[in-house]
Design a protein around this ligand. Structure first.
Ligand code: UDX
Length: 462
């Protein structure tokens, strides 16, 4: 593990006593990664770890031999999957169907435990039903926010914008600045696609209320990245807030990958020139239609740069994988492009051949790119991704934003601007400076180092 101290788990355990933390991840890739990384951080601080999880997207216990895993039936049928078109329905569905089985599972964990004192329950903030269960069992609940702190403020702005008549958004106002949450524009607000938009305000109120009722908030970020927004959040949310990220610097995401990572990504990268490759991945949920897929393919081909492209099965509407690609596409490139179903992303971003990351700006991907000093091309899809993209392009200025129509000529130009032009060199230099700044937060006296210390102390006091 990257930045954690050298004391053994048993030495630390002696210091803090027999204390166990129960963690409950939300079953989506970006969320599971963050929660299991947090679990590994806490284990390294001497805590025993128990993971309570849904059967859907369950983590692999073999990758975490020191943890106890407890699964429960979540009520999903085989054909029910989260989709970008209605993530809200998936969230609401699980928050309803998991109440009873989660309560039973937690009760069993609490009863089974003879030796360790259960310190607290840590749940993803998306599990809004879980505060009531924690209250029932009289254990403190701490909330993990897997998104940026900036997106917390952006979600909070929804109700005041609605009251002022700015929502739903009008096409003519999409480029207007949102004065409540600079530097965002109206089009960056974290809209969640859903077939029942009337449910969204109610769920946001729910999420906010249950977070405020909790005993603390953990954010996967750092003061070096989001210090101003953190100060605002502290004023707005009157509970202890611990900002101890980026988590993946302590523990890699590969252990919690829900898909098999194709290691040919690395052997292919080994054959490429330093900083020459653009890595393309749109994360674990976003999907695109056939027309966009083909524009991306031709934009990559025409750019002249080598590329490593993750095409997740099912992410192209109406196809299983690469059926829409012209047959001769890859042969024509003569080894300049490599396409995989899922990559070892952290290792890819750390590879010397990588010169840029074309990303959907999920928060994990954004952090992983920042921590390797890799400049980005942002193509956000929904929710917090739009907020992250604005921060990448306009606030940290470590990337370009593909804001216009997704078209091969635009793509080709964006890749060349980032990878070849002097403008790209300036963006890369800023990306390296930002990486150096974030690196400081893990060193003794750095912000995340100190927060981790106070968080461990706080947990021991519960
Ligand atoms: C979702 C939301 O889309 C995002 O906005 C929110 O911040 C978290 O949940 P997701 O699409 O899963 O995000 O993206 P992201 O947060 O970037 O997480 C993806 C994770 O999968 C990263 O840790 C990344 O390293 C990993 N990954 C991605 C791989 O291991 N291999 C790949 O090929 C692609």
């Amino acid at each position: 593990m990257g930045y954690l101290g050298s004391q053994s788990h048993s030495q630390l355990k002696k210091e803090i006593g027999h204390r166990k933390v129960v963690l409950f991840p939300f079953p989506l890739q970006g969320h599971t990664n963050s929660m299991l990384q947090l679990a590994s951080i806490l284990h390294s601080q001497g805590f025993e770890i128990s993971i309570v999880h849904t059967q859907y997207n369950s983590p692999n216990p073999r990758n975490f031999p020191h943890f106890t895993f407890n699964s429960f039936p979540d009520g999903l049928v085989e054909t029910e999957h989260p989709s970008e078109s209605d993530l809200l329905a998936f969230i609401m569905r699980l928050n309803f169907s998991c109440v009873v089985p989660f309560r039973e599972c937690l009760q069993k964990v609490l009863c089974d435990d003879s030796e360790d004192h259960i310190t607290c329950l840590i749940t993803d903030n998306v599990w809004y039903f879980s505060q009531a269960v924690a209250d029932e069992f009289k254990i403190p609940r701490i909330v993990l926010r897997c998104t940026s702190i900036s997106s917390i403020s952006a979600f909070s702005a929804f109700s005041s914008l609605r009251e002022k008549g700015f929502l739903p958004m009008k096409d003519s106002e999409l480029d207007e600045a949102v004065l409540e949450v600079p530097p965002l524009k109206m089009k960056d607000l974290p809209v969640v696609h859903t077939k029942s938009p009337g449910d969204l305000p109610q769920i946001l109120v729910h999420l906010d209320r249950e977070t405020r009722a909790s005993s603390g908030l953990i954010c996967n970020s750092s003061e070096e990245l989001e210090g101003t927004k953190l100060a605002e959040s502290r004023k707005a949310i009157p509970i202890p807030i611990f900002v101890i990220g980026p988590f993946h610097k302590y523990c890699p995401a590969s252990a919690s990958s829900l898909l098999v990572q194709d290691m040919s990504s690395i052997s292919w990268l080994n054959k490429q020139r330093p900083k020459s490759v653009i890595y393309v991945s749109l994360g674990s949920i976003a999907s695109i239609d056939k027309a966009k897929f083909l524009e991306i393919a031709w934009g990559l081909a025409n750019s002249g740069q080598p590329f490593l492209w993750v095409v997740r099965p099912g992410s192209i509407c109406g196809s299983d994988w690469l059926e829409h690609l012209p047959k001769a596409f890859l042969e024509m490139l003569d080894g300049r492009g490599h396409i995989v179903k899922w990559a070892p992303q952290q290792e890819v971003l750390a590879h010397p051949a990588i010169g840029g990351f074309w990303t959907h700006c999920g928060w994990n991907s954004t952090l992983e790119s920042i921590c390797e000093g890799v400049p980005m091309i942002c193509m956000p899809s929904f929710g917090d991704q739009k907020v992250n993209a604005r921060y990448v392009s306009d606030f940290w200025r470590v990337g370009l934003h593909l804001e216009d129509k997704l078209e091969r000529g635009e793509i080709e130009r964006a890749i060349r601007r980032l990878m070849v032009d002097p403008e790209g060199k300036a963006i890369r230099d800023r990306a390296v400076s930002l990486k150096d700044k974030v690196d400081q937060c893990f060193k003794e006296g750095g912000s995340s180092y100190s927060y981790l210390d106070s968080f461990t102390g706080y947990l021991s006091s519960l």
